[in-house]
Design a protein around this ligand. Structure first.
Ligand code: ZN
Length: 164
């Protein structure tokens, strides 16, 4: 452990939690310590992950010549955070069956692109946050779409979103 403040911590906090696909085919659990676990069909993935502020990166790219990064990666509509898995392989037993070729967050949804390692077929999976059993909000308490809950005045102290 280092005592350095991690500037990416706020992104990890935003992504922290359990995410599920509507049809139940996929579940992802992310923790604020940069760990991710995915269950997909009968396969499993366990990895650490990195985050990139997609909004900032896109702005930077606008002023740059087309470099390696921008050539290699196309942003998705609404992408807020690009997620990079250090080990993107999904295993069935000890055999890798597919891999997460792209992962990103935007507009309250987690997106995973799964690539089948046998035929290269790609599938987009959209996951939404699984709500924990809600304790009713106390007087003056708010809940933000990023998951923060507590007292705030107009702006979420976690993600900066404006709250009405
Ligand atoms: Zn927030």
């Amino acid at each position: 452990m280092t005592s350095t403040v991690n500037p990416d911590l706020k992104y990890y906090k935003m992504l922290e939690g359990t995410w599920k696909a509507a049809d139940g085919s996929c579940e992802a659990v992310l923790n604020s310590g940069a760990g991710i676990e995915i269950r997909y069909a009968s396969g499993k993935l366990s990895s650490s992950y990195g985050v990139t502020d997609a909004v900032k990166l896109r702005l930077n790219q606008g002023g740059m010549m087309l470099g390696m990064m921008s050539a290699a990666y196309t942003f998705h509509d609404g992408e807020e955070i690009k997620i990079s898995l250090n080990n993107p392989a999904v295993y069935e037993g000890d055999k890798a069956v597919c891999r997460v070729s792209e992962a990103w967050y935007g507009n309250g949804e987690l997106h995973l692109e799964m690539m089948d390692l046998f035929d290269g077929h790609k599938k987009d999976i959209v996951l939404t946050r699984v709500k924990e059993d809600e304790v009713p909000l106390a007087e003056g308490e708010f809940r933000c779409s990023c998951g923060y809950r507590g007292k705030l005045s107009r702006f979420c102290p976690n993600c900066g979103r404006k709250i009405n």
